[in-house]
Design a binder for this molecule. Sequence first.
Ligand code: 5GP
Ligand code: MG
Ligand code: MG
Length: 179
Amino acid sequence: MQEDIKKVLYSQEDIHNVVVRLGKQLAVDYAGKNPLFICVLKGAIVFMTDLIRQIDEFVEIDFMDVSSYGNATVSSGEVKILKDLDTSVQGRDVVIVEDIVDTGATLHYLIKLLSTRQAASIKVVALMDKQAGRTIPVKADYVGFDVPNEFVVGYGLDYAERYRNLPYIGVLDEHVYTH
Ligand code: 5GP
Ligand code: MG
Ligand code: MG
């Protein structure tokens, strides 16, 4: 598997440092608030499990799976729910946990949905922000890394469902796409 990685962008240590920083900040900002952390499946799962263990406060977790309609280059901004939350967000302080924000379509949809469901507050923590990909102006409140406009895998992120279990984040070698 690792021979498919052309370049390591963020090492395990880089990621750990960023997760500790984000966890500490969230612990301060959500002290005593019992926030609901919503993991956007599947990519954010590794990040979320590490992140919540850096927060010395009561938190609850839930999971949601969504998929964008259309192709990768043109985002319609329409998103379909594949798995909904088990928890009511009404009156809750929610924190959306994302692996990476690219076009912004997923986030835009989720923020709209959760505000329709009357969450008390909605913030976003994203491990990575790919600002060059943005077509819908939406911002993450907490960002781990600002990433270049490259397709990254590892630490939860996949290419064709592979590489999620890489402990670091890297860029795939071209031969993976072309065979
Ligand atoms: P958006 O709706 O912001 O365009 O897309 C967000 C989702 O697209 C991410 O949560 C992620 O699943 C996927 N995505 C965007 N950029 C990348 C990337 O560089 N690598 C991988 N593996 N997935 C990406
Ligand atoms: Mg995601
Ligand atoms: Mg994917």
